[in-house]
Design a protein around this ligand. Sequence first.
Ligand code: SAM
Length: 260
Amino acid sequence: MTSPSLPVTESSYLDIQGALGITKHNGGLSATLEILRLCRVADAQEVLYVGSGIGVGPCVIAGRSRAHVVALDISERMLDWTRQRAQEEGLGDRIETRQGDVLSLPFEADRFEAVLVESVLAFVQDKARAIRECVRVTRPGGYVGMNETVWLLRPPAAKVLEQATALGAYILTADEWQGLWAASGLVDRTSEVASIGLRDEVLSRIQWVGWRWALRAYGRLIRLLREHPESRQAIRDQFRAPSGVVRLMGFALMTGRKPI
Ligand SMILES: C[S@@+](CC[C@H](N)C(=O)[O-])C[C@H]1O[C@@H](n2cnc3c(N)ncnc32)[C@H](O)[C@@H]1O
């Protein structure tokens, strides 16, 4: 399978991730494994992974369970990466890809035993509606699990918020997330908030995508900058975090069960 072609200019954070073939969420693999444990994914027959990115999450689930995994993403480019990754890991027959929006999931109600979402709702304004959709397609007795970025104490200064919004991200405080989660209608809810350590995050991101995919993404970045120097500024703007911002951020792992 050929890689998706590189663009001439890229503007949004997620477009750049799609062009480079690299996606991630805070907490990396260990956060994902914790959500899978809390959502009893090892016993599930059919699991929905919303916002598949380059496909790491769907491959982790398929590799650690017998479940049929449906990987959904709004971006066809991300779904190309997911199919490539699934094939490379010998999991192509276990992972089905589907284009769609978390705000209007293209599935009937009560279908999946677990619905997992990692670092997707940060990019969606109507988070309550996205949560309702995830609950709707979950089977009664099944689990919904989310990992989303939070501001740890309170929203940061206006300048930082502006930069987050420029990345297309609408980040809530941990308290705001916990309010949404309490209103989800799920029972047996869990909610854990963790801070982000810069060094651990860098290492966990490499562990998440794997060295081979990380090196390929780096190669694509070099090619993109060489062949399309006009992309340089867009990339610089997207990845320049205001100093100290990482200290303000954490992530919330939230799980719950749909009542029977
Ligand atoms: C930051 S990436 C995280 C990807 C993956 N969960 C991971 O941890 O590697 C966010 C993903 O969500 C997808 N996405 C953004 N908005 C979406 C929406 N409204 N519905 C479905 N997917 C969406 C993006 O295309 C992207 O693949």
